[in-house]
Design a protein around this ligand. Structure first.
Ligand code: GDP
Ligand code: IMO
Ligand code: MG
Length: 433
């Protein structure tokens, strides 16, 4: 039962969208297992840029089916708007997209509360995407969430909104914020109901039946392992589990169904929002890399913070994902640099640290120790085979492989599908095995 997980190994925006789109030609299903429309996965098809937030990137391959798993939080408005955007490209969406009935809904009050909480966090601001993600997951855990299946019955939906209302009314009141009316919330969400309801299914049975009949499934991670609620740089994390453990609960499959976890990393590091970032570059390099790499958030448009490749952080992600094969993205972005640094370990309290420690809340708590490698100083976007890469670029890749103990079998040298070097397709996917 081949289910391959594609997971970001840094703080998101590694280029997962491109990898999934690229590999999706060889599979039957692409399934999202966590997160919500905080994600922004960019795919370039025939020079056209498409950003997907909630719908799996596989939707751009017309022969594929896509699942939004129960571990995802779904904003009905964002969902319908995105369906219409994809349909505007001429693709059929509604016959190929399924939403697991146990997925929780992001309600209008979650979005509002996300902004309210951020505004009150002051210096401890997380820098969320403001999409209500953490608030919807909080309600799920607190057991007053509303699920996709509640959209099947209006009485049930209204009853739940009414039941949970007093809690939010009190909260908003205590924050000195405007109150909201139950009927307004109901009307706002119900306006999208007819578009969404036909897609709602028992996603657990569907994906398990498909796996049983031999279907090939890619599980699409959003965010990255370093933003994982349990294993990331808490509290500067998202509220779900991007790490491969999230696949089982997020899709309702057995760990035995997972045949491989493939990690996606950028040739340098970025992070959006607050939180420790030990290898963050000083200016002007920070802004230069941002400009070369187009490092502006695909969801919020915020400037991404840029820094050197961090082997210490990556070792934690490889450990959690059992990852041995990596897709190395955006190597072309480093083409202007005479020298490139790689962080091999940290010094924390004078001691050498090889793997990202869990308690780190501030970059100042760790000193990055770098190796400096030679840059290649020439464009590489036209290169299509590994051997044609400049020797310095190959040396850079080999050094990364040695430092982290994983193979970089997929090397991306530009955003387009074609700008890709496959060193070892079989070891990378094993999808057709
Ligand atoms: P995701 O969230 O992991 O899917 O990544 P994003 O889409 O948020 O950010 C990655 C950005 O880099 C997108 O704009 C991609 O089009 C772009 N991209 C992907 N691979 C490459 C590459 O190899 N080189 C360059 N220059 N851009 C790339
Ligand atoms: P993709 O899938 C990068 C970050 C936010 C913030 C933190 C919490 O495109 O890689 P949230 O809104 O989730 O409560 O915000 O997580 N964040 C991302 N950063 N890429 C993403 O998704 C992200 N999704 C959330 O910037 O720091
Ligand atoms: Mg992104």
């Amino acid at each position: 039962m081949p289910l391959v997980v594609i997971v970001g190994c840094q703080w998101g925006d590694e280029g997962k969208g491109k990898v999934i789109d690229f590999l999706a030609h060889d599979v039957d299903w692409v399934a999202r297992y966590q997160g919500g429309n905080n994600a922004g996965h960019t795919v370039i098809v025939d020079g056209k840029r498409i950003v997907l937030h909630l719908i799996p990137s596989g939707i751009l391959r017309p022969q594929l089916k896509c699942m939004i798993g129960g571990g995802v939080v779904v904003d009905p408005q964002a969902m319908v708007e995105e369906m219409r955007e994809v349909e505007a490209t001429g693709l059929d969406v509604r016959s190929r997209l399924f939403i697991s009935e146990t997925a929780h809904l992001i309600m209008p009050y979650h979005r509002k509360l996300d902004h309210m909480m951020e505004a009150r966090r002051g210096d401890n601001k997380i820098g969320t995407t403001g999409r209500g993600i953490g608030c919807a997951y909080s309600d799920k855990v607190a057991r007053h969430g509303i699920r996709a299946l509640d959209l099947r019955d209006k009485d049930q939906f209204v009853r739940k909104v009414k039941t949970f209302s007093p809690f939010y009314q009190h909260l908003f009141q205590s924050y000195g914020e405007d109150m909201w009316r139950v009927d307004e919330v109901v009307d706002e969400v119900w306006a999208y109901r007819d578009d969404i309801a036909p897609l709602i299914v028992d996603g657990v049975s569907l994906i398990n039946d498909e796996l049983k009949r031999g279907a090939r499934v890619l599980a699409e991670g959003a965010q990255g392992i370093l933003l994982d609620l349990d294993f990331g740089t808490y509290p500067f994390v998202t509220s779900s589990n991007p790490s491969p453990g999230g696949v089982c609960t997020g899709l309702g499959i057995s760990p035995r169904a997972v045949s491989k976890c493939i990690g996606v990393v950028k040739a340098y590091s970025t992070r959006v929002g607050a939180g420790p970032f030990v290898t963050e570059c000083d200016e002007p390099l920070n802004s230069q890399i941002r400009e070369w790499g187009g490092e502006f958030g695909a969801t919020t448009g915020r400037a991404r913070r840029c820094g050197w490749f961090d082997c210490v952080a990556l070792r934690r992600s490889l450990q959690l994902g059992g990852i041995t094969n990596l897709a190395l993205m955006k190597l072309d972005v480093l083409s202007n640099l005479p020298e490139i640094k790689v962080c091999t370990h940290y010094l924390v309290g004078g001691k050498r640290v090889d793997i990202l420690p869990f308690g780190l809340e501030d970059s100042e708590q760790a000193t990055p120790i770098y190796e400096t490698l030679k840059g290649w100083n020439k464009p590489i976007r036209d290169v299509r085979s590994y051997d044609e890469l400049p020797v310095q670029a190959r040396d850079y890749i080999s050094a990364l492989e040695d430092f982290v103990g994983a193979k970089m079998d997929f090397v991306s040298v530009g955003p387009d599908r074609a700008e890709t070097i496959f060193r070892n397709q079989d070891s990378f996917t094993q999808l057709t095995a």
